[in-house]
Design a protein around this ligand. Structure first.
Ligand code: ATP
Ligand code: MG
Length: 579
């Protein structure tokens, strides 16, 4: 399947939708793409090198998917490279499990980093040498103030800071103290290394920022080698320079750090001068995108782990049934700008729905089974319909649909006393069985409790096929043979948060806004073709929605389907209204 031809000359190759980089025809504005294109056209840039720099302190979320799409996508589009570099300067919060999960997520999204996996900790020796260089140049000093005092001396947005009494220490003393910090001679918190820039700078980040802290911590990459760890600011730009990154793309909260990023590059003998450019974080309503908050949901068992299908993590979205192509398309649809924005979650639903509409095979599954006895079929009737796997995709072949005397239909497709516009089943009324005959409801059978136990219906045998002579009925319902259907567990997921902006109020607990009905589990009956479903297979359950075979449960031999998204397209409706 090839995408519509793209006139904006952004993707030189014809690509299929399931390849990364194929989505530019949806093209929301992307100022980074335009900027890099201009640089290449004017000869200012030749090969572009980007990096994705996650901190391995949690699983990646939809916001990271955006950053991955930006960094890997731009490199790919302009024939450059993208590095994966773990920003691992805080060993207390980092774990190997996160390192593994992050790599799996990136690959699943369809991207591959250039070269080996990199770690900021690979550069600890070089960074230390550069710290010594700054000390020798009189541009860094060891400070004995406590963390509280440092904060106090730093001043505020309206007041300049004050110099630390240790600011004028001599070079030799500073070099000696720094070396002893490294060797672990001092307690945590007793000293730091600071740059000597300007305590009165209007930008607080330039008021002698901290370069190294003492942390007697074991590090997942460097073991017990280091007793001091560099700050993010002292690490990031220099790592970019070491790797020859040309475009260091990050989110807006780093804008105020850019002068510091540039200060280090200007005052150290770095091999290259990367440039930092910021873009707005992507936020999605009805969800939170902060690893800290997501970790809280996991730690408090609000959800079933980082990849719970309600989580906005990449692995959660995957387990929910999202495809890599749908997430890339979503990133493309939401564009890249410098204006902070919140994306409607309906747009995410639209991206997956349109993918699955085209690419998911159809199946029938009854979620709330009501027995129907087809009274004019013999007890041993076993007719098999061969029906298309997908109405528009011959390549998906056909499936076998057995019809027997007893079938299941969904309880909500029958009403004993229907309102006027109810076109499904009712006493004396007719309806078509999807892919099958027209039936009429002759009798409602009730149990001792007065509840409807079964329906007795009769088939009109002259009604097979799309337009059998003159027989037209308004309603079509899905159904499953009672004899051949397979019991399945169906997990009906909904937004985790009722509130549009669950973490808007900084003082309130975002957990107060949890949706108590974010997961409803039902026992359904599916057509027999689903008996040996592959983990992660995606289907449209006709008339019900899109579902995905749970990758864990199905591997354990259970039949569990997660609802990815319903059939109704609210985003298209919203657009229509606005357009
Ligand atoms: P969180 O606040 O969730 O922990 P983070 O920014 O601290 O996010 P990192 O692991 O440091 O997480 O992020 C790796 C990269 O992903 C960074 O370049 C960061 O700017 C980017 N990123 C994180 N969240 C978003 C988002 N919502 N939209 C776009 N990019 C994001
Ligand atoms: Mg971070």
């Amino acid at each position: 399947m090839s995408v519509e031809s793209n006139t904006s000359a952004e993707s030189p190759n014809d690509r299929s939708e399931d390849q990364p980089g194929a989505e530019t025809q949806h093209g929301a504005p992307n100022f980074l793409r335009n900027q890099i294109r201009d640089e290449i056209e004017s000869g200012q840039a030749t090969t572009i090198v980007t990096r994705f720099p996650p901190e391995p302190n949690g699983f990646l979320h939809i916001g990271h998917a955006k950053s991955i799409w930006v960094n890997f996508g731009l490199a790919e589009q302009f024939g450059g490279r993208c590095h994966l570099r773990f920003d691992d300067t805080n060993p207390a919060k980092e774990e190997q499990a996160y390192i593994d999960a992050i790599q799996e997520d990136i690959r699943w999204l369809g991207y591959e980093w250039s070269g080996a996996v990199r770690f900021a900790s690979d550069y600890f020796d070089q960074l230390y040498a550069w710290a010594q260089h700054l000390v020798r140049e009189g541009k860094a000093y060891v400070d004995d103030l406590s963390p509280e005092e440092i904060r106090e001396y730093r001043g505020t947005l309206t007041e300049p800071g004050r110099p630390s009494p240790y600011r004028e220490r001599g070079v030799e003393e500073n070099l000696d103290l720094l070396e002893r910090m490294r060797l672990g001679e001092f307690e945590e918190g007793s000293k730091v290394l600071r740059a000597r820039i300007d305590m009165a700078a209007p930008n607080i980040n330039l008021r002698d920022p901290i370069l190294y802290r003492i942390r007697h911590a074991h590090h997942h990459q460097t073991g017990d080698k280091w007793k001091i760890y560099p700050s993010y600011d002292f690490t990031h730009g220099q790592s970019d320079a070491i790797e020859g990154i040309t475009h260091s793309l990050c989110t807006l909260e780093f804008e105020d750090h850019r002068p510091l990023y540039e200060w280090f590059l200007a005052h150290l003998p770095v091999p290259a001068k990367p440039r930092q450019t910021e873009f707005a974080r992507m936020n999605v309503n009805h969800t939170v995108t902060s690893k800290r908050k997501l970790k809280l949901l996991v730690d408090r068992n609000v959800v079933d782990g980082w990849d719970d299908p309600r989580m906005p993590t990449i692995s959660g979205l995957r387990r929910r049934g999202y495809t890599p192509a749908s997430l890339r398309k979503f990133c493309d649809m939401t564009g890249v700008s410098r204006a902070a924005n919140v994306v409607d979650i309906a747009m995410l639903h639209f991206a997956i729905r349109s993918d699955l509409e085209d690419n998911a095979p159809r199946a029938m599954c009854v979620l709330d089974p009501l027995k129907v006895v087809l009274t004019n079929l013999p007890a041993d009737h076993d007719e098999v319909f061969e029906v298309p796997g997908h109405p528009a995709r011959e390549d998906m072949g056909t499936r076998q649909l057995p019809l027997t005397r007893e079938i299941w239909i969904d309880r909500e497709d029958f009403m004993e006393e229907p309102p006027k516009k109810f076109f499904r089943l009712a006493p004396g009324k007719e309806v078509r069985l999807r892919n099958g005959y027209v039936i009429r409801c002759d009798e409602v059978v009730k149990g001792d409790d007065g509840e409807i136990a079964a329906l007795h219906c009769s088939i009109d045998f002259d009604t097979l096929g799309k337009n059998p002579e003159g027989r037209k009925v308004k309603g079509v319902i899905h159904w499953v043979s009672a004899e051949h259907g397979v019991p399945v567990e169906v997990r009906l997921y909904d937004n985790l948060f009722l509130e549009e902006a669950p973490d808007r109020d900084k003082d309130a607990d975002f957990l107060d806004h949890l949706n108590p009905d974010s997961l409803v589990t039902v026992q359904g009956i599916a057509e027999p073709a689903l008996a040996d479903v592959e983990p992660e297979a995606r289907y449209q359950f006709e008339r019900v929605g899109y579902f995905c075979a749970d990758r864990h449960a199905c591997r354990d031999g259970k039949l569990v389907f997660n609802r990815t998204v319903g059939l109704k397209d609210s985003w298209a409706k919203i657009q229509k209204k606005q357009g």
